[in-house]
Design a protein around this ligand. Sequence first.
Ligand SMILES: [Zn+2]
Length: 182
Amino acid sequence: MFEQTLPRTLDPRRLAEQAVTLEGTLPLSGFLRLREYLVKEAILSRKIKGTLSFSFGVGGVILVNGRIEAQLPLQCQRCLDTMDYDASVDLLLGLVRTKNVQLMTGYEPYQMEDDRLCIQDLIEGELILHLPLVARHSEQDCHLGGSGMELPQNEAEKVKRTKKHPFEALNALKADKTLGED
Ligand SMILES: [Zn+2]
């Protein structure tokens, strides 16, 4: 299938005038801020997919409707292996130059520095915002298995020994009782 590369920066006003919808990808390796959160060795040739429609809203505000999709390699905080996180973010943005612009309900303001819109920055910011607080495999996929309580051998031994104590105490109690019954 033909896959277009998205432009890194564009003129959103011109695209809004023509009611353009852009669809394409950007290489994940180019997202330097986002890469800080990812398993570096797993980034390789992965791509971020984006669909962005440009139009005008009330008062001539440029609106961006769209969707970003990416499979991001995160480190599972339980087993420390790589897990693929399917990120998908719906965009409903109004491009503004100052913070105090009233937007239509449901639209978030996105502040632009000048007339050019850096698509890469926009996508990167949205993906970082939507990363999970704690990355974890689902229980059946995690290499630590269902419990998530597996411990190194020594630790496990220690726990086993500690766990024995209540029973020993109980046995001692039983023994006392038997003696008493005599
Ligand atoms: Zn895991």
